[in-house]
Write a protein that binds this ligand. Structure first.
Ligand SMILES: Cc1cc2nc3c(=O)[nH]c(=O)nc-3n(C[C@H](O)[C@H](O)[C@H](O)COP(=O)(O)OP(=O)(O)OC[C@H]3O[C@@H](n4cnc5c(N)ncnc54)[C@H](O)[C@@H]3O)c2cc1C
Length: 442
């Protein structure tokens, strides 16, 4: 080997050993929204539409979070007791997706009684993704997919957010930060308190099977006996199909499973949760194929991720209690309505929705979107400041959209005025929201 070749190999080894992620040019903006689920889409849209230079940092490959990546494509509830209580940025994307799909909205004038889910809106996931993305781009939001903050420091201008992504790193300096991660991750990185329970509600993996069989020929009891026997001999887990095997087959899909301990607040937890969800789908599929008459069953599609119901909540300047929620309490700084039954999923007994009393509609104060003791920071979506029972209702998508839009409005106004969100007169936040089509409590 001559001298030049040896030099080349050594140089190559050194260069390989020192290879680093690409450092992208720094970015300066008014508002950074972390997490692009139902809350984050609306926060970023509202912030940008109010004239703030807005960056959306999303760890996944698309927007929508649980609504799209988690397969929970039935947002609710926008109406209560015969009137619309949530509108604005989220409602527009949802109804545009339905219209473009040639679909139909539920009849919101028809009372639902205990069937609150009749007023949820079924949406086409790909259309929701592309329409939300199109709206964000047209509003001027800069999207950073596959990225997540790894360090968040307070600086005189507001925040310095260090992000890492697949192959690159970046520093973003912003005036206001909005945490829409569903887990309070950005608030925790910035040093603020998160609340969590000893035990979490289970997640659910949404996948779709096609039985390819005449289901009228199957006996519900006999099918269930097969399922029970498979659970007994360890082939299946009880949580793989919770509400009857025939029902599961008839629904053509499966939201009837529970993924115990589901958590997506770190990449590692997210990996384990998704492995467990997909393993459950595989168990069920193999089991179904072994049932005479179901040999042609097909696993048609599955969501990219397990839907997660509960991880952390941020402790805010105000914590919404169960009593606040069920009594429909209003505050001077109530920025949106919220409407859904209390919906706590228990791993043994399943879900027992507790409906609100006739005429009651809950509200959310701006202070529940401000982490306690923080400056220049807001939180929206599933992880807003609330106790566990209140949160089991507040976490639904229409409410996440409404809190997202409210947080986006407060962030943009605070950035433009050079104040913190807590210093804003709530009347100004409400006026901005109303001007952008949101419904705010009087
Ligand atoms: C199985 C199931 C059934 C449900 N049923 C209904 C229903 O019928 N109707 C209804 O309205 N709601 C329902 N919900 C609740 C609802 O879907 C969620 O609570 C809601 O979508 C949460 O929205 P979000 O924007 O707060 O969070 P998410 O949807 O979780 O979005 C958070 C986003 O942030 C991103 N993210 C997370 N961490 C980071 C990070 N560190 N950096 C960058 N990005 C990050 C995620 O990738 C994700 O895109 C259900 C939920 C589940 C799981």
């Amino acid at each position: 080997m001559d001298k030049r070749t040896r030099f080349g190999i050594v140089a190559g080894l050194i260069a390989g050993g020192l290879a680093q992620a690409v450092e992208l040019p720094p970015v300066t903006c008014d508002v950074v929204v972390v997490g692009g689920g139902s809350a984050g889409i609306c926060a970023a849209l509202q912030s940008a539409r109010a004239g703030a230079k807005t960056v959306l940092v999303e760890a996944a490959h698309q927007v929508g979070g649980n609504t799209t990546t988690g397969g929970v494509n039935f947002p609710g509830l926008f109406h209560a007791w015969g009137r619309q209580v949530i509108a604005g940025a989220g409602w527009d994307v949802v109804t545009n997706a339905v219209a473009l799909d040639g679909g139909k909205l539920p009849d919101f004038t028809k009372p639902t009684g205990r069937r609150h889910y009749d007023h949820q809106i079924s949406i086409n996931i790909p259309l929701f993704v592309v329409l939300a993305e199109d709206a964000l781009v047209r509003a001027g939001v800069t999207l950073h997919y596959h990225a997540a903050p790894v360090r968040i420091e307070a600086v005189p201008e507001g925040w310095r957010v260090r992000t890492a992504a697949t192959g690159d790193t970046r520093t973003i300096t912003c005036k206001q930060l909005v945490d829409c991660t569903g887990n309070g991750t950005a608030a925790a990185l910035a040093g603020f308190e998160r609340l969590q329970e000893q035990e979490r509600q289970p997640g659910t993996f949404v996948y779709h099977i096609r039985p390819n069989a005449d289901l009228s020929k199957f006996d519900a009891k006999e099918l269930q006996a097969r399922f029970d026997a498979a659970v007994k001999d360890g082939q299946l887990h009880r949580s793989d199909c919770r509400w009857g095997l025939l029902q599961y087959l008839k629904s053509g899909g499966n939201t009837a499973n529970y993924v115990e301990g589901a958590d997506n607040s770190t990449a590692d937890a997210r990996t384990q949760t998704n492995l467990r969800g997909r393993a459950a789908a595989l168990r069920m599929f193999r089991f179904l194929k072994g049932i005479p008459g179901l040999e042609k069953v097909r696993l048609e599609s599955m969501s990219p991720e397990v839907g997660v119901r509960e991880t952390y909540r941020v402790r805010g300047e105000y914590l919404i209690t169960h009593e606040d929620y069920t009594s429909g309490k209003r505050w001077e700084d109530s920025v949106c309505y919220a409407f859904y039954p209390i919906d706590l999923h228990d791993k043994t007994s399943g879900v027992r929705p507790a409906h609100l009393k006739e005429g009651v509609v809950a509200t959310v104060p701006l202070r529940a979107l401000i982490p306690k003791g923080s400056r220049n920071l807001l939180v929206a979506g599933r992880c807003i400041s609330s106790d566990r029972l209140a949160n089991s209702a507040l976490r639904v998508q229409a409410t996440c959209m409404a809190t997202g839009q409210a947080a986006g409005a407060a962030a943009a106004l605070a950035a433009q005025r050079g104040v913190t969100p807590g210093q804003l007169p709530s009347a100004e936040v409400k006026a901005l929201l109303t001007a952008h089509g949101a419904i705010v409590p009087d």
